[in-house]
Design a protein. Structure first.
Length: 139
């Protein structure tokens, strides 16, 4: 069995945002030479997420509104975590809802995604560089 590992780096200038990282994951798969197996895509920061869904701007706006309703950023005093001097408690909660990682099957050198499925990096406390791990195993 083969194994491949690569870190992707992102820096979103705003506090929150979504990036379609499917092309970068596909490039990793091509580099790996693996034909059949699994790919793990993992946000390596506690205020960021990796998830799969449709690449549609209205949906992304709906996510933003929904997540802000679940865990509003302000007032920051509403969160005990922010008593440590941080202002990102909401980002931790948003990450928990959106998820840490995805696993996608690889079949015939292709990501086995559904018709509209794409892989996204979700940022909830941006303005600094963060990593996403791509780990591929298979034959």
């Amino acid at each position: 069995m083969k194994s491949y590992r690569k870190e992707l780096w992102f820096q979103i200038p705003e506090r929150r945002g979504f990036i379609n990282i499917t092309p970068q994951v596909m490039a990793c798969l091509e580099e790996s030479g693996i034909k059949e197996g699994l790919v793990l895509v993992n946000a390596m920061h506690i205020t960021a997420s990796v998830f799969i869904n449709d690449d549609e701007s209205g949906l992304h706006q709906d996510y933003e509104k929904w997540l802000e309703g679940l865990a509003p950023h302000a007032p920051i005093s509403q969160y005990r975590h922010n008593n440590t001097g941080e202002d990102n408690a909401d980002a931790h909660l948003k990450r928990q809802v959106m998820g840490r990682e995805v696993i996608v099957a690889i079949t015939g050198r292709r990501l086995d995604l559904g018709t509209w499925e794409q892989i996204f990096y979700g940022e909830f406390d941006g303005r600094r560089r963060k990593r996403v791990l791509v780990k591929i195993i298979g034959e």
